[in-house]
Design a protein. Sequence first.
Lengths: 505, 313
Amino acid sequence: MTATIGKLKSHFVNWRAWEFNPIVIKELRQGVRSWTVTGMLLLFLVVLFLTSLAFLIGQSFEVGENTQLGGSMFSAFVVILAGASVFFIPLYMGVRVAAERQENNPDLLYVSTLSPFRIILGKFLCSSYIALLFFSACMPFMAFTNLLRGVDLPTVFFILAFLFLAVCVANMIAIFLACLPMSKPFKFLFIIYGFFQSFGIIGSLIGSSYMFMRSGVGAMMTGRDFWIGVVTSVSIGAAITGLFFVLAVALISPPSANRALPVRIYLTVIWLLGGLLSFNWVVQTGDAGRMIAWSYPTFFVMMFALLVTVSNADQLSLRVRRTIPQSAIKRIFAFVFYNGAAGGLLWIGGILALTYLASEATQMFFTRTSSGSGEQKNWFITTAAYAFAYALTALFIHRKWLARRPPKIAGLLTVLLAAAWAVVPSIFLFFINKLSWSSVEGLQLGNVFNLFSLRDEENRNLHLLFAAIWFALALVLNFNWFFRQLKIFQPLVRVTAENSPPVLK
Amino acid sequence: MKVQVKNLRKEFGKTVAVDNISFEFDSGHVFGFVGPNGAGKTTTMRIISTIEEPSSGDVLLNGISVCEEPELARRAVGYVPDTLPAHGDITVHEYLDFFARAYGLRGKKRTQAVDAIEEFTNVGGIRDKHLKALSKGMKQRVSLGRALVYDPDVLVLDEPAAGLDPRARVELRELLMLLAERKKAILISSHILTELTEICNGVVIIERGKILETGTIEDVLKKSTPRRTVAVKLLASQLHQNTQLLKELLQTPHVQNARDVANEIHFELAGDDVAACDILDSLVAKKFRVIEFRQTKQNLEDIFMNVTKGGVQ
């Protein structure tokens, strides 16, 4: 701790020796030379200029003639800026990262001593810088609209800042997607998906911008609620960016690194902060239902985490084992946060259980304005039990029959189990029931998706019972494995080689 | 700097790329890493350079394990991969400057290091050229420059001479000899074995992931060819006596496998230098007009052909 503080102190004392992240310098040098960036920027400026002309030609400059010209022009600029920056910058950065991520190009991501953290930070900073370039190019046009009336300056700058942050989040997601270890066709499919998804993002950004324009940010700035909303939105954006950042760092870290540690620590911290903020919200409003803002996202993130966790290898690398603490208490924490499926399952189980208990405890002290509390309780527990049952069964199958296959097969099996249980019986019953889908509406134990279509509480309870039995059975099947993992989670003991190798001199 | 490869094994699924190999080498020497395609050379070199992780075993660079402390070990290794530098849209100087920054060199130190490397690898004249505009030889120099820019103690070069013209090869060879003089430990793989013979002090011959021969070039030559091959050439006007000479040699003690090779008689001599002198004396005494009597020189290529079977995994 003292060493870390000392390091930080000396870092800030020697601020004159600070240098830019090498990746930022390299990327910007390449960006400046690239016709893609300069061409796009020029095209962007031309479009902005032509749009301005189109608005101005034929307009009367008489005062009082058109009091909304500025507002109309600003709206058009927002559409152009959002379109250009949400489509182009994440795509540009994503393609560059994906190209450097190719195995046959060990130039950057593998050969140098740059840490994965600095590589991703460099990419992100560079993409933000390019976004800044586009925004600063657009800013004079937007500020000009204020002179034409219809929009106030605080609104102009607020919307620019809001859009800029949204583009930064999109850039980080693009970098994360580019880091995914997928083949080119899959990446291409992701690009297509991202392209269509961008329309939704652009639509919502434009919608929000129009809302701010109509209300006028200048008028709202005095209200407390406005700032609470701003801080909440920025925090959520920062949390999402941070999540994709740590995930991207984990993806480009070597497999032997402790990839799970930063991700699990980050998620735990965000989960705790989110819980505290939601609780504060509950206290402020007196409505226990506000805890949903925390418990639902936690649930969905943990379901994804479950898929990744079961894909972890059981054997820890030497460099991870070297860092396992000697102290038993610290070692238990390390087991939960380090690489490995067993520890990961414990971590997810713990987070889900604590989330559930915290939500329940809040309801004991605060009233709930919305109905359906019992339904949600059932849904939360049943879905979690099913998810663990699928995951543990997949782990068991992988260990017993596919042990020589890579561990990611266990993750794939988890998805296949859930999907097969949802699809295969339905298809079978479709033919049994003389080509009728009536069975889909009925009870299908083992099919987690069926839970959401049921209205009958008795059937939902049957699902809960079935999921709990399956989960318990899967736990029993994995019991020995889990304790073996816990037992072998020990600090590294060095063994000296018996035979010395031949020496070439 | 001592590089110790200990019981290294690497599996890719069911394929064993490197099968429990061990060897050591020290600074100031150039070691050839020789083997047919698919023998496991690149995999071993990538493990030494901390790019790949072994399935078992370890590599120690002055005691630093590439498995346990890859970040620290990486600082000691300069790796020249068999692929040429990408990033075609930046200049040679910017490329080297980027790697100098990436390795933590700052301010004046970085500028000096980049200038020194540009001079050493003779790329100063093309420092403002884009990488995509360079020839293969020049790219190889830049690649070497990148690996040297932070002055590592160990250099791992994977097929650096592949595709280079004869001049570029000679220049590369001279650079490597200079680097060995600067006390770098160099491991180099190449298929141009005659060149390796000239610059390497030691050699590791590998096939199907297993080491077939290791040692100094002389040791390996001796080990792989226990019998010397001697060539006898008669005066041009006496070539008709070759058949008689062949018969004569076949009856001589210590001589085996005598044959006519392009108007020369080659035979394998199981004896020592005295035995060779005796044979020459006896030939002269029998009025054979001998113009050449020499021991044929074996090189790495001959050893490679003798030792390996050309098997791949």
